[in-house]
Design a protein. Sequence first.
Length: 552
Amino acid sequence: MTSFSPAPGTSPVQGLHHLTVMASDPQRNVDFYTQVLGQRLVKVTVNFDDPGTYHFYYGDRTGQPGTIMTHFPWPGARRGVRGNGEVVALAYSVPAASHAYWQDRLAGHGLNPTASTRFGQPVLTFEDPDGTWIELAFDDGVPVQPWPASPVPADHDLRGFHSVTAWVRDTDAVRQLLVGQLGFTEVGSEPDPEGTRTRFRGSGDGVGLFVDVVERPGQPRGTFGAGSVHHVALRTRDDAEQEAYMASLSEAGYRPTTVQDRQYFHSIYFREPNGVLFEIATDAPGFPDDEAVEELGRHLKLPAWFEPQRAQIEAHVPRILNREYGVTIGGRDLNSQTAPAEPEADGQGVQVLTAGRPLADARVAMVLLHGRGGTAADILSLEREFNLSAFTYLAPQADGNTWYPQSFLAPLAQNQPHLDRALATIDAVMGELAAQGIPASRVVLGGFSQGACLALEYASRTSERLGGVVAFSGGLITLDRTGDLSGTPVFMGVDPRDGHIPLARFEETAANLRARGADVDARVIPGLGHTINADELNAARAVMQGIAGAMG
């Protein structure tokens, strides 16, 4: 049996901290978790890596660790497919005497739960509106802080987390992590409809103590989308303990990230060999850190570094209703097709920032497109990383910091006329470059996230052969075009578990471009996250050097 060797300065991980899931419709998500399951919306903020997307936190009255279910709602997102290498279910602890109450309540909301017994405990399993498996484990768990405005009576309310279930190819790899590194104990195993289920228990004595792993050798990996779990977070007490775990996990080869400031806790992320993404999150400072307990969930809360963009963010995020207070948050109506003022096709009114060699002296150019919630200045800072003095760099600024309102996977009509305007903006920049003697064949078009999707889409549609395309975490918006891309160098990079760019769409994009003759370097980079790393910058630099070198 694997034994626990604690890192200096640490104690065993206590159990579950939170679970983060991708959703689609934000109002539907809020209503399900607050009005059906009776959880409090304890925080409304944004995805710190994509501030154009909400981040909702649901839990008990104060959002204690071990009660927090979080969602990134991405309107129009395609539903994910469960598979190996991911958490597939979250179980809440519920009083044993509440079984009949919850059967009736769920049926009254049109849900048909499946009953089973797991390690001797009754369990009900059902799906949330996006297909996430939610389970109720009837075990008389430790009471949490009740939410007074909950539609569920206090004697039947959810008692925080009971467990999560992950599907994996190899249980032993998870055992090495949970028992060998993090101080869990192995409870036992039993048959499961999908394979063999093994249960591990954290060291705490409160809520969220169990991680279940179902071994499914030879079964396919999951496909990320709406309803998919992005990561599961485990609890550690403070920053010092987290830092010690970061060092021990690094030494063991898990390659954890640096500490990320998530405003209400601090986080490190890493994957175990099956692909399940774990986080270790601190208990402090907690959700009441920036607003009173009585006000939790009433306002859109932003970290200090996003406050200068508050007006743009509030105008962009969809309008939602928090029924606890009867207040609306956000400014964009998802049902509205009213568009902001449209820039002229010749580029008039479009702000374009520049760097590098003066345009009049340059023979090669790079056009950079920022991601949703980003700015031209942000993406233009890559000029210092590329450090290629032959290039002039141009970065247009999207109106409201976004090129189009919905996910790039949404039906095309939902992103119109914004998408056409964005493509026209690139056309205008390319036209200006051509007027200065730099044709498309000497231009590399690059972008990050939403900007990467837009760059790929423009390259797919244009009749002019580009000098190259660089897509940091992106995919084609449409896959039905057949134009010739012979010889066009394309670099694409993505994390296989990127919450915004499904791996299947990334691979479909690479296949589409290759079939049309493009020279595609498509790299799936585990642990990349939704960011840009040094290897990607080197690959982009190689594409740029290719056209610069061809100039002699």
